[in-house]
Design a protein around this ligand. Structure first.
Ligand code: FES
Length: 108
């Protein structure tokens, strides 16, 4: 059994030269909201869920992006309601939120 049941990584990459990156599209706000929601829902901790920062995940064109393991499901999101849905459905119950899944053809 894994230490965490599910692990979500948010790209928070910020490019100092002003090039496009997840940080310019609300990545940090999404990460902060997810962390808070997971904690409030009692989902955080060993055997449950971990929310982590990540650097560039090389799928910048779909940013902001996050990926959930062990399923390896990639998401893009716009606002707090999107994050709430990922928390309530995927992180809590393992149900993929189809409308937010990143297209497989989106890369850097
Ligand atoms: S900057 Fe976020 S995936 Fe590259």
């Amino acid at each position: 059994m894994s230490y965490y049941e599910r692990h979500i990584f948010f790209c928070l990459n910020e490019r100092p030269n002003g090039e496009d990156c997840c940080a310019l599209h609300g990545a940090k706000a999404g990460f902060d909201h997810c962390k808070q929601r997971v904690k409030e829902a009692g989902l955080a901790g060993q055997g449950k869920v971990r929310v982590n920062k990540a650097g560039c995940l090389d799928r910048c064109a779909g940013g902001p992006v996050a990926v959930v393991y062990p399923e390896g499901t990639w998401y893009t999101f716009v606002d707090q309601a999107d994050i709430d849905e990922i928390v309530d459905k995927h992180l809590a119950k393992g149900e993929v939120v189809d409308r937010l899944v990143l297209s497989p053809c989106i890369g850097r």
